[in-house]
Design a binder for this molecule. Structure first.
Ligand code: UDP
Ligand code: MG
Length: 322
């Protein structure tokens, strides 16, 4: 009797792309041999996040020759967090591995990451042994993670790389997080399960430019803080209360001064100063509350998390709301 070999497990690479025309070919060239050497079947799910260069054209050409290359085209730019969500929703692997096409996290690390996952963990984060980045960027991200940890209490591994691998159970649980404001690192920590880390080597981005300028990083930081903590609300209350206390004390002091020194002049300058401070603080505090209200509003609409324009080598899957 002929014994059938057990079916091989499927590995899905999830790769968001946004204006990455310079990277696609080299990415495929370097990644394919690594994947072919694995004792696994594989697919690569590219998510085009609304690029207007040749990214899609190159990917479609590659996908026409190899059905294991899949492409989800989003209708417009959703941001990396949305693109990754769409990618995870379309991947059918037993194991999923996230990576960027700029090869900052090198493909040689894929087998090591898979080994580290084994059956011991549900998720393994790659962490950078050293980050090849400018001093300014490194300083900014150090501040970012510090503040984030302070505000949210999430202890996301320091120097977490983009490359990370997780199993189907983890992916399915992640897909049940339907929130609109998505900070994926935080959500991954919230999913929990068995997590590990593995130090991986880094390369500089070999072509193209980083799409994360200061403003986009700041936006992500605010999402992280407001979505994972109510500390700003609590600080707001404390600040407001202290200001009331200071105001009352000042008022008492002024009355006493007036009684003791009958000729003292209370100029309008002090009044203006007090009003200015008071109004300023109020507007600021309303802004903080407004952040939460805005986010609640976005959540309450319950819109689909992404919008797909076209799929190549891929069928629509259950739970895919694009
Ligand atoms: N990206 C995306 N949508 C965006 C911005 C970026 O899908 O709106 C992708 C981009 O193509 C890349 C990854 O996110 O694959 C990380 O971007 P990048 O390498 O520019 O950022 P960095 O590595 O400098 O943080
Ligand atoms: Mg990069």
């Amino acid at each position: 009797m002929e014994l059938e070999a057990p079916p091989r497990r499927l590995l899905s690479l999830v790769v968001p792309v946004y204006f990455e025309e310079e990277c696609i070919e080299r990415f495929l060239e370097e990644t394919r041999p690594v994947l072919d050497a694995l004792p696994l079947d594989w697919e690569i799910v590219f998510i085009d996040d609304g690029s207007a260069d040749r990214t899609v054209e190159l990917l479609l050409a590659a996908a026409a020759l190899d059905p294991r290359l899949k492409l989800v085209e989003l209708s417009y730019n959703h941001g990396k967090q949305g693109a990754l969500t769409a990618g995870i929703a379309h991947a059918s692997g037993d194991l999923l591995l996230m990576m960027d096409p700029d090869l900052q996290d090198p493909p040689e690390e894929i087998p090591r990451l898979l080994d580290a996952l084994g059956d011991r963990y549900d998720l393994v984060f790659g962490v950078r042994s050293e980050k090849r980045d400018s001093l300014k960027n490194r300083a900014l991200s150090a501040v970012f993670w510090r503040v984030l940890e302070g505000f949210t209490g999430l202890s996301i591994p320091r120097g977490v790389a983009v490359m990370r691998v997780f199993n189907r159970a983890f992916a399915d649980r992640f897909l049940r997080y339907r929130e609109q404001n998505r900070f994926i690192e935080g959500m991954f920590m919230h999913v929990g399960m068995r997590r590990g880390t593995l130090e991986i080597a880094q390369r500089p981005r070999f072509a193209g430019r980083s799409k994360f300028n200061f403003a986009r990083k700041l936006e992500l930081a605010l999402t992280a803080i407001f979505d994972f903590s109510d500390l700003p609300l609590r600080l707001t209350m404390r600040l407001g209360l202290s200001m009331v206390a200071v105001g009352v004390l000042a008022f008492v002091a002024i009355v006493i001064a007036r009684v003791l020194v009958s000729t003292m002049q209370m100029g309008w300058a002090s009044v203006m100063a007090a009003m200015c401070t008071g109004f300023g603080a109020q507007i600021f505090l309303m802004g903080v509350v407004g952040q939460y209200v805005g986010r609640l509003y976005r959540e309450s609409k319950g819109r689909p998390l992404f919008s797909v324009r076209a799929r190549t080598n891929l069928a629509r899957r259950a739970g895919d709301d694009g």
